[in-house]
Each structure stands twice: as structure tokens, then as C-alpha cells.
Write a protein that binds this ligand. Structure first.
Ligand code: SAM
Length: 308
């Protein structure tokens, strides 16, 4: 049986039958306009190069609005849902789909490497690809994205071919911002160290049940080769490179912690002003520069010279 999973009446009656109501604490805003999840699934499948066979991880299937369209685009869908109450409902609506697996778990506590091996080992071994697609619960948007990007810190390439997720519009703008844009901040620089991010689609609040307070947008994130691609002089030794990466992140946090200050003043608690001034001069960067004008590569260069 095929369910109309974006139909308001269907969603309401399914929730009622399983004695459920949207839970605010789990960020449950279900999509009720089918054209939106259909478009997100298409974007997920077309946005990046995916080797075949292709699998996808969905975080938070809810009642399955997006899951059903992902099943049409991918060879295998593994949907991770934290809400125990939704598991039997999902079992019913996807009983006739042989390429959907629903896993009851908190995505934030999953060991991603073991998860990929367990559910996508066949696809990875066959030279295929795994992506992530979700209408993310807004209370953990950034932690989910950083978990995905930080799970494989020093592999040549993160073994996820794309991350296409719907998030708050305001956060989407920040993730995809480039230096000197008003939305550019520490998260923009942190993302740029690991991936290329692009805002793909705006989605208004009226497309959800219940209606959220904020507008949403879909972002596409494609992991690149990581810090060694951004800054080829990063340490070749893995352990040294991890320590160095932490220093770069610390510098970014300090620089944006007091964004009205010049970089020299913002990081002065940690680094002597004359040393930072000398490093900026060596990099050919103006001494009155603020963090908001510096690219991920600039932060890497400055952190490298500060450590010498
Ligand atoms: N995908 C559905 C849709 O588009 O209609 C539901 C999206 S709703 C915004 C977010 C979903 O994520 C909910 O089903 C919620 O229960 C689930 N969720 C929240 N926190 C989670 C977590 N830590 N791990 C897995 N799923 C989670």
C-alpha cells in the first residue's frame, strides 16, 4: 500500500492512530507539501557526483515524507529516527519498500564509521557512494553537520559524497557565507576547512505541520580533501595535523569571539600582539584586519606561523 505521506489528513490520522502528536523537544515539524520533499530528494541525488550503487542516510524520517522520495532516488535508504513512537508507524507505511531500513537511534550518539560499515558496507565495497539527506531537527542543526564533517578528520576525503539538508534559513546563510559577507562567521570558516557549501532552495514556514517560527532553506555540502587541501603546508604527520587543526579552530573561535575587534586584539589573550603583528606582516595581511575578512586558508596560514 502507498500512503500519501504529505497529505495533512493522512499525517493527522496516522499520528492519531499511533497515539502521537508532533514533539517540540525532538524538533518535529513534518513536511505537508509533497513538492518540497520531492525537490529535496532530487537535489540530493543530482547536487554532487554519486558513484553507483548509491545509498543515503536520512536523519529523522518523521512520518516518512522525505524518505519515500529518497527511496525513488537511491538504491538504499537508512533512516535514523530518535522517536520510539514513530518506529511502528514507519514500519507500517514502508512495509512494501524493500530499499528502506529504519533504525531507532539518536544520530548524535551513533559511531558513524561503524554505522557506515554495518549498513552500507556492500555499497562501499562495490565502489559506490553514501550521502546524507534530511529535514533536520532545528535544535541540533550545526552539531549534526559538524559531526558528519568531523567524523573522518584526516582521511583524504570524507566518505560521504554529499550532505543535503534543510535547516533554518539564517543558519543556511551562515554556513554558505564567504569572507566579508555579513553572514560570515566562525561556522562559515569551520565548514570551509572541510567542505564546499551552497544554499540551494528557500522553503517557507507554511510547508510544515506544525508551522515553525522561522523560514528554512536547503543547503548542499560537498566534503573536500580537508585541511591539507585548504593549506598544503599543514603537517604531513597525522597526529601533528590533528593538533594543528585544533589550533586553527581555536584561532577561528578567538577571532570571531569578539568580532568587532581587530584580529590582533581579539587573540591577544592567547598570543602577544607583537607576534601576531609580525605574522600578519609576513602573510602580507593588513595589521588592522578583522576575523570576518579572513578565509579558512588565511586562518591556517596565520595559525601555522603563530605556532613557529
Ligand atoms: N523528515 C520528516 C519530514 O521532513 O517531514 C521529519 C523532519 S522533523 C523536522 C525532524 C525529525 O528528526 C523528527 O522526526 C525527529 O523525531 C527526528 N529527530 C530529532 N532528533 C533526532 C536525533 N537526535 N536523531 C535522530 N532523529 C532525530
Amino acid at each position: 500500500m502507498i500512503y500519501d505521506l504529505c497529505n495533512l489528513q493522512t499525517v493527522r490520522s496516522l499520528l492519531e492512530r499511533y497515539d502521537l502528536a508532533p514533539k517540540k523537544g525532538f524538533g518535529q515539524n513534518f513536511l505537508i507539501n509533497p513538492s518540497v520533499p520531492e525537490r529535496i530528494a532530487e537535489l540530493s541525488s543530482s547536487f554532487a557526483d554519486h558513484s553507483k550503487p548509491a545509498g543515503v542516510i536520512e536523519i529523522g524520517p518523521g512520518v516518512g515524507a522525505l524518505t519515500q522520495y529518497l527511496a525513488g532516488e537511491y538504491d538504499k535508504v537508512v533512516a535514523v529516527e530518535i522517536d520510539r513512537g514513530l518506529i511502528p508507524l514507519l514500519g507500517e507505511v514502508f512495509a512494501d519498500f524493500d530499499n528502506i531500513t529504519v533504525v531507532e537511534a539518536d544520530f548524535m550518539t551513533i559511531d558513524l564509521y561503524a554505522f557506515l560499515r554495518e549498513h552500507f558496507g556492500d555499497i562501499i565495497d562495490a565502489g559506490g557512494s553514501v550521502s546524507v539527506c534530511a529535514n533536520l531537527p532545528y535544535y541540533i542543526t550545526t552539531p549534526v553537520i559538524m559531526k558528519l564533517l568531523e567524523a573522518f578528520p584526516l582521511t583524504e576525503k570524507i566518505p560521504l559524497s554529499s550532505i543535503v539538508v534543510m535547516i533554518q534559513l539564517e543558519v543556511a546563510r551562515r554556513l554558505a557565507a564567504t569572507p566579508a559577507q555579513s553572514d560570515y562567521g566562525s561556522i562559515s570558516a569551520e565548514i570551509a576547512l572541510r567542505a564546499d557549501a551552497k544554499k540551494l532552495l528557500d522553503v517557507s514556514a507554511g510547508n510544515f505541520l506544525p508551522v515553525p517560527k522561522v523560514a528554512s532553506a536547503v543547503v548542499g555540502i560537498v566534503p573536500h580533501g580537508g585541511i591539507r587541501e585548504v593549506y598544503p603546508d599543514a603537517p604531513a604527520d597525522d597526529a601533528d595535523c590533528l593538533v594543528y587543526s585544533a589550533k586553527v579552530s581555536e584561532l577561528i573561535t578567538l577571532a570571531f569571539g569578539q568580532r568587532r575587534k581587530t584580529l590582533i586584539n581579539a587573540v591577544s589573550e592567547k598570543y602577544p600582539k607583537d607576534k601576531v603583528a609580525a605574522v600578519l606582516e609576513e602573510c602580507g595581511i593588513r595589521p588592522d584586519i578583522r576575523g570576518e575578512k579572513l578565509s579558512a586558508a588565511d586562518f591556517c596560514w596565520i595559525a601555522d606561523l603563530l605556532g613557529k
